[in-house]
Design a binder for this molecule. Structure first.
Ligand SMILES: [Zn+2]
Length: 374
């Protein structure tokens, strides 16, 4: 169930309601593919105020196996995280590996031990029911961009057929099932597939296959075309996108949920997200810099540690360095998304999107009108 509290342009603030409780939107979801956000704990997630953690069926079906997770009380019992979990079907990971896709499913080799594995629309549903997340995603066919129209149509039709089968297979009460809109950068395909997915009927809609090499304009156009066909009364989730500029673009087009490995991956490589852009925390110039990663950030890391200290930890190879920057980056991005939520509630989203675009974007996001000159 989704409730809209306020709309500002096409941007919206609201909440998704599940049996576990409410998820305030817009919402950024940290990625914990193997049941943990790398270097962090469930306790850290709670301290960060994270609402939803994303886990991945591909990884968990191979290690430790969905039956093991189910026997331990599902993802919540197993990991100790009592907030929301969303599970991805694993299609994206599988299709990035050598694999063969047929009408019935996909065959691939495990990246853990090389064994042959099979994932079908039905088995992806059953596995995610066993994992016990609050929200599960259908198995879809991902296409690398650029792709020919023929390849996009083939993937799109198969994705729709699989979505229909997943809808029929899903039976776990209290667990939401989201469909996924594909269609690459072809706006007419995005609109058509979104419309046909809505006819099948899901609890929410993911928009997949974006931020894979297309231009920001192409992404915005594909997104707008898909969102235009999705019902206002259900949540919309842009999958795998989390850079500040794209977040603002998508929120401005009416998207509610996001996930991305970017903040934690950048952190482990020594890059902090800050209000003035990316900061290379390993840089020698910070050797005696007593200021926090971002003086404007209210996170626990910025409240306690200097750039000099974090730079030192990276310099001597302490894993805590990546951990501290991961905590900061997730807190920073959550603050940004919360700020977007407040801006929508207060009717000043366009202003915020412009300010973010000045630091993070190539230009003003599409759909956001420039202020008149003078
Ligand atoms: Zn911070």
């Amino acid at each position: 169930m989704f409730r809209t509290e306020a709309v500002d342009g096409r941007a919206r603030a609201g909440w998704v309601e599940t049996d576990r409780g409410r998820v305030l939107t817009p919402c950024f979801m940290p990625v914990g593919s193997r049941g943990v956000v790398r270097l962090l704990s469930a306790q850290d997630m709670a301290a960060l105020g994270a609402q939803v953690v994303l886990a991945n069926t591909y990884h968990l079906m191979l290690r430790p196996g969905v039956e093991v997770v189910a026997a331990m009380g599902g993802l919540h019992g197993f990991t100790g995280w009592d907030g929301h979990f969303l599970t991805d079907s694993g299609g994206y990971q599988v299709m990035s590996l050598p694999c063969s896709v047929d009408d019935d499913g996909v065959t691939f080799r495990s990246s853990y031990d090389g064994s042959w594995q099979r994932l079908s629309p039905e088995s992806a549903v059953v596995r995610q029911e066993l994992l016990g997340a609050d929200i599960q995603m259908v198995l879809d066919v991902c296409t690398e961009l650029p792709a020919t129209r023929g390849a996009l149509v083939e993937a799109g039709e198969r994705t729709l057929a699989w979505a229909q089968r997943a809808r029929q297979a899903h039976s776990r009460p209290g667990q939401l099932l989201f469909g996924i809109v594909q269609g690459g950068t072809e706006t007419d395909l995005r609109a058509e597939y979104a419309g046909r997915l809505v006819e099948i009927g899901f609890d929410g809609y993911g928009i997949g296959g974006l931020s894979v090499g297309e231009t920001p304009d192409e992404m915005a156009a594909a997104l707008a075309a898909a969102v235009g066909e999705l019902p206002a009364g259900l949540p919309r989730y842009l999958m795998g996108v989390g850079d500040p500029f794209s977040l603002m673009t998508a929120i401005g087009l009416g998207v509610d949920m996001f996930d991305c490995v970017l903040p934690t991956r950048l952190a482990r490589h020594g890059t902090a997200l800050t209000s003035t852009g990316r900061l290379a925390a390993k840089a020698a110039r910070f050797a005696t810099d007593g200021s926090p990663l971002d003086p404007g950030c209210s996170c626990g890391v910025c409240g306690r540690h200097s750039r000099a200290y974090i730079r030192h930890l990276f310099n001597v190879g302490e894993p805590s360095a990546g951990r501290l920057v991961s905590l900061h980056n997730l807190a920073w991005l959550s603050q940004l998304v919360l700020e977007a939520r407040r801006a929508v509630l207060e009717g000043r989203f366009a202003q915020l999107a412009r300010a973010v675009a000045e630091v993070w974007g190539p230009r003003v996001p599409p759909g956001v009108q420039a202020e008149p000159l003078g």
